[in-house]
Design a protein around this ligand. Structure first.
Ligand code: HEM
Length: 418
C-alpha cells in the first residue's frame, strides 16, 4: 500500500472506512505520533510492529487510569461505556500487577482452554440455529442476524445465564454497541442493569453451589469456586470479571465474524480455496486463515488505554509521565518490516505472529473462545451457504468509527435460499 504524500487527517469518515493508508503514513513518517483524539484528549499513537510489541509488554505503561495526567477531568478512557458510573474499575483491563496477577490467575483457573473446547458442540448448535433462521430467505444482514447474536448467546451460555434471561443481555449489549460512543444515558442504564443482574445471579449461584464441581458446571460457578493459595474472588470481583468477559468478548467477536466474512467476500480466490478445504473436511487452512483474518483486518484497531508512569523514550519521542499511549494493533499488523506483503490477504500465511490479541500480561484471555467462535461461524457459513455474496456496493457499507474497535455496522448478503 502506498502511503499518502501529506499527513493524513485521522478520525474522519474516510479514515473509519479505510484507516490503512493513514497508518502506512504514520509508520513511515511519525511512528510515535502525538494527536488529539475526537474526545479532545491528547495521546500518542504507536504504529510500528516492533514499538507496538514492546509497548504492550512495557511495565512502565500502566493500565490504571489514575495515572492519566488528565484524569481529573473524569473522561472515560477505557473504551467501556458507562463504566465509571457503574464503578466497574477492578477488572483486568484496568489494573496492573500485583492485583492483575492475582485476578488473572483466579480467572485462568476457571476459564480454561479445556472448558472452551468442551463448549464446541454448543457453539456449533447456536451457529446452525442462527443460520436456520435466515437460510430460507436468500438474504440477510450478517451483522444483525448472525455476527451480533452468536457471541452474546455463546458467552451467556458459557457463564450460565439462564436462557430466559439471555434476550435481556442481547438488548443491553445492543444498546452498548449502538450508543457506545453516543449518548451516555441509555448506555449507563444498560451497564447498571447488567451489573445488577450479574451481582444477583452470582449471589444466587454462590448460595446454591454444591460442594463438588459437576461435569459441565458453568463458568460463573467455576469463578466462584476458583481458589489460589486459599484466596477467592469476592462477589464484586466476580461481577466485574463477568462484565469484562462479556464486554471484551462480544464486540470483538462480532467484528471477527463481520470483518472476516467481508474480507473473504472481497478476496474470491482466497475464499474459494478456503471453501474447498472446508468441504474436504481439512482444518489447516481454516486455522491459519482465522489468524490471517485477525491480522489483515482485526476487530481491535487500538489496544485499550495505557498511561506512562514515568517519562520514557519511544520511537525517537519523549513521552511524559501521565501521557496516554495507544498501541495501534491494526497498523502494527500491516507493518512491512514484520510481514511480507502485509496488505495482501494470504490465508495460508505461516509466519504470522500478529498482535490482534495483544501481547504480554494482558494478552487476550478469551482467545481460545474467539478462535472457536470465529472458526465455527465462518466454516459453517461457507459450507451451508456456498454461493454467499455481498449484496451492497462496498462503498455503501458503513464502519462504526469508534476508537478501539473496527467493525461494520451492517453486512448485507445474498445466497440461494435453502
Ligand atoms: C484482552 C482482542 C475476544 C476477553 C484482549 C486484548 C486484545 C483482545 C487485543 C488486549 C488489550 C490490551 O492489551 O489493551 C480480542 C479479539 C477477540 C477477543 C481480537 C476476538 C476475535 C475475547 C473474548 C473474551 C475476551 C471472546 C472473553 C469471553 C478478554 C479479556 C481481556 C482481553 C478479559 C483482558 C485480559 C487481561 O487484561 O489480562 N483481547 N479479544 N476477549 N480479552 Fe480479548
Amino acid at each position: 500500500m502506498n502511503a499518502p504524500h501529506i499527513e493524513p487527517e485521522l478520525f474522519t469518515w474516510e479514515f473509519a472506512t479505510d484507516p490503512y493508508p493513514a497508518y502506512a503514513w504514520l509508520r513511515e513518517h511519525s511512528p510515535v505520533h502525538r494527536t488529539t483524539l475526537p474526545s479532545g484528549v491528547e495521546a500518542w499513537l504507536v504504529t510500528r510492529y516492533a514499538d507496538a510489541k514492546q509497548a504492550l509488554a512495557d511495565q512502565r505503561l500502566s493500565k490504571n487510569p489514575v495515572h492519566h495526567s488528565e484524569d481529573a477531568q473524569g473522561k472515560s478512557k477505557t473504551g467501556i461505556p458507562g463504566e465509571r458510573s457503574a464503578n466497574l474499575m477492578t477488572h483486568l483491563l484496568n489494573i496492573d500487577p500485583p492485583d492483575h496477577t492475582r485476578l488473572r490467575r483466579l480467572v485462568s483457573k476457571a476459564f480454561t482452554p479445556r472448558r472452551v473446547a468442551e463448549f464446541a458442540p454448543r457453539v456449533q448448535e447456536l451457529t446452525d440455529h442462527l443460520i436456520d433462521q435466515f437460510a430460507p430467505t436468500g438474504s440477510a444482514d450478517l451483522i444483525h442476524e448472525f455476527a451480533f447474536p452468536l457471541p452474546i448467546y455463546a458467552i451467556c451460555d458459557l457463564l450460565g445465564v439462564p436462557s430466559e434471561d439471555q434476550d435481556d443481555f442481547r438488548d443491553w449489549a445492543g444498546m452498548m454497541i449502538r450508543h457506545g460512543r453516543g449518548p451516555r444515558g441509555g448506555v449507563a442504564r444498560s451497564v447498571k442493569k447488567m451489573r445488577g443482574y450479574l451481582a444477583e445471579l452470582i449471589h444466587r449461584k454462590r448460595e446454591a453451589l454444591p460442594e463438588r464441581p459437576s461435569p459441565g458446571e458453568d463458568l460463573i460457578s467455576g469463578l466462584i469456586r476458583a481458589s489460589d493459595h486459599g484466596e477467592h474472588l469476592t462477589e464484586n470481583e466476580a461481577a466485574a470479571m463477568c462484565f469484562v468477559l462479556l464486554f471484551a468478548g462480544f464486540e470483538t467477536t462480532i467484528n471477527l465474524i463481520g470483518n472476516g466474512t467481508y474480507a473473504l467476500l472481497r478476496n474470491p480466490k482466497q475464499r474459494l480455496r478456503l471453501q474447498k478445504s472446508i468441504e474436504r473436511g481439512e482444518h489447516e487452512l481454516l486455522d491459519t486463515g482465522i489468524e490471517e483474518l485477525l491480522r489483515y483486518d482485526g476487530p481491535v484497531e487500538l489496544a485499550t488505554w495505557r498511561y506512562a508512569t514515568e517519562s520514557l523514550d519511544m520511537g525517537g519521542q519523549r513521552i511524559a509521565s501521565g501521557d496516554p499511549v495507544l498501541v495501534v494493533l491494526a497498523a502494527a499488523d500491516r507493518d512491512p518490516a514484520r510481514f511480507e506483503k502485509p496488505d495482501t490477504l494470504d490465508l495460508s500465511r505461516r509466519d504470522n505472529q500478529h498482535l490482534g490479541y495483544g501481547h504480554g500480561i494482558h494478552y487476550c484471555i478469551g482467545a481460545p473462545l474467539a478462535r472457536l467462535e470465529g472458526r465455527t461461524a465462518l466454516a459453517t457459513l461457507l459450507r451451508r451457504l456456498p454461493d454467499l455474496r455481498l449484496a451492497a456496493d462496498p462503498a455503501d457499507l458503513r464502519w462504526r468509527g469508534g476508537l478501539i474497535m473496527r467493525g461494520l455496522r451492517n453486512l448485507p448478503v445474498e445466497f440461494t435460499a435453502r
